[in-house]
Design a protein around this ligand. Sequence first.
Ligand SMILES: *[C@@H]1O[C@H](CO)[C@@H](O)[C@H](O)[C@H]1NC(C)=O
Ligand SMILES: *[C@@H]1O[C@H](CO)[C@@H](O)[C@H](O)[C@H]1NC(C)=O
Ligand SMILES: *[C@@H]1O[C@H](CO)[C@@H](O)[C@H](O)[C@H]1NC(C)=O
Ligand SMILES: *[C@@H]1O[C@H](CO)[C@@H](O)[C@H](O)[C@H]1NC(C)=O
Ligand SMILES: *[C@@H]1O[C@H](CO)[C@@H](O)[C@H](O)[C@H]1NC(C)=O
Length: 434
Amino acid sequence: MATPSLLIPLFSLFLLIYPFSFAQQPPNPKAFVFPVRKDDGATNQYYTTVTIGSNATTFSAVIDLGGKMMYFNSLDYFNAASTYRPILCGTRQCRIANGVGCIFCFLSPPVPGCTNNTCSDYALNPFTGTQGYAGLGQDTLHVYSTRGDRYRVDGFPFQFSDPVLREGLAAPTAGLIGLGRTKIALQAQLASAFKIREKIALCMPSSGSVGSMIIGETDYAMPFRAIASSLYTTPLVKNPVSTDMNEVIGNLTVEYFIGVKSIKVGNRALNLNKTLLSINRETGAGGTGIRTVRAYTRLHRSIYDALIREFVNSATAKNIRRVASVAPFGACFDSSSIGSSATGLNVPEIDFVLQNDVYWRFYGANSMVRVSDGVMCLAFVDGTPNLTGPTTSIVVGGYQMENHLLEFDVASSKLRFSSSLLLRGTSCSQFRAA
Ligand SMILES: *[C@@H]1O[C@H](CO)[C@@H](O)[C@H](O)[C@H]1NC(C)=O
Ligand SMILES: *[C@@H]1O[C@H](CO)[C@@H](O)[C@H](O)[C@H]1NC(C)=O
Ligand SMILES: *[C@@H]1O[C@H](CO)[C@@H](O)[C@H](O)[C@H]1NC(C)=O
Ligand SMILES: *[C@@H]1O[C@H](CO)[C@@H](O)[C@H](O)[C@H]1NC(C)=O
Ligand SMILES: *[C@@H]1O[C@H](CO)[C@@H](O)[C@H](O)[C@H]1NC(C)=O
């Protein structure tokens, strides 16, 4: 038990340090806010805005819930990179980054990505599957609290990447920001720098509007305050084996998984191979991941086939006319044969039944996508992988998350989520802190 005589010196030490380490920062932020935009059409990726360095270089970065760190390549930053510092091998920052190896790169003067005795790691481009190996660096990240104050995060770690890591990224973006289960992910760094809760509230917009991501803990403005008081809760599951094929650093689980127990269409359960729904603790295969970098939910082929069959039967019973499929979708319909409602087209509801009998219900706005005039398709895709390595059976994608409030409480390993915000007459473009 701590004695009072020990507590007093610690407290005065705190007072001494405080004015220096928090100089010019407004006090006590509880949460930080980031805009979330969608790259319509070409990539359907979701991205935010990042500001870094002494010259406040600003760029857009794809949001990757399962990404382990931030990487980017921006000539604006390169020119102004005076406060860039490498993370040296053997340092505390290097241990936090949990990287692989140490690189020795000599250029005079040193440039981002080529510095001597530098802690290194792989970064993954989730669209091409390409890995980029490079030294890690750090610089000051500028962030805004939900009250509108600007804060600095000194020594924010990232990889100034090889341009190959930008291939396939949405045109407006220069990199990617990771929100995975690592100590160098954005939410983990903000939580440790400001002693706030490691929690991400994600409200992904539909095409043409701007949503928000709030990191930390805060009250929301109405109607979100009421919505947040009645969220469904399900555990965030850990996969003991990395699903990232080239990940070699042991049992690091970067992605978030949830426990889907069954899938229903219009209240009829699909007949599924249950083995696929749970994570194989030895191979890491199976289970349900949740990724912002997948445009549409991907399903193992046997699950996909069962979904298509039941959805088509159920839609036909509602006199909805099927038309020729348009790749990559396996079931498309004549939109003039479908009615509509507040939650989008009036089609059979799809439920993901989670642990404790909690339902994640997808209405038309999240289950149907327009591919051309008069043609709407079921917005799920066959995810049977053509890659080697452990394979996740279901990956919940961005389209299914749109206009839902999703709270990834990393601190307690729980996902809390609302039903479609359209049922409450609102959307992610209205999501604000109080
Ligand atoms: C910031 O940018 C200005 C104008 O582009 C440039 O002249 C200056 O050297 C940069 N400062 C740093 C610290 O890189
Ligand atoms: C690079 O770093 C290593 C390890 O600290 C050191 O021994 C070596 O002299 C450095 N080389 C240069 C060119 O700075
Ligand atoms: C991964 O986990 C397994 C089972 O817990 C353990 O036997 C193995 O040593 C771990 N591997 C690493 C690299 O930590
Ligand atoms: C169910 O899936 C598992 C994992 O892929 C597979 O090994 C097994 O053969 C499947 N069972 C049936 C009946 O298809
Ligand atoms: C997977 O297969 C699709 C369709 O055949 C192809 O377009 C794609 O490039 C493949 N992806 C990989 C990573 O091999």
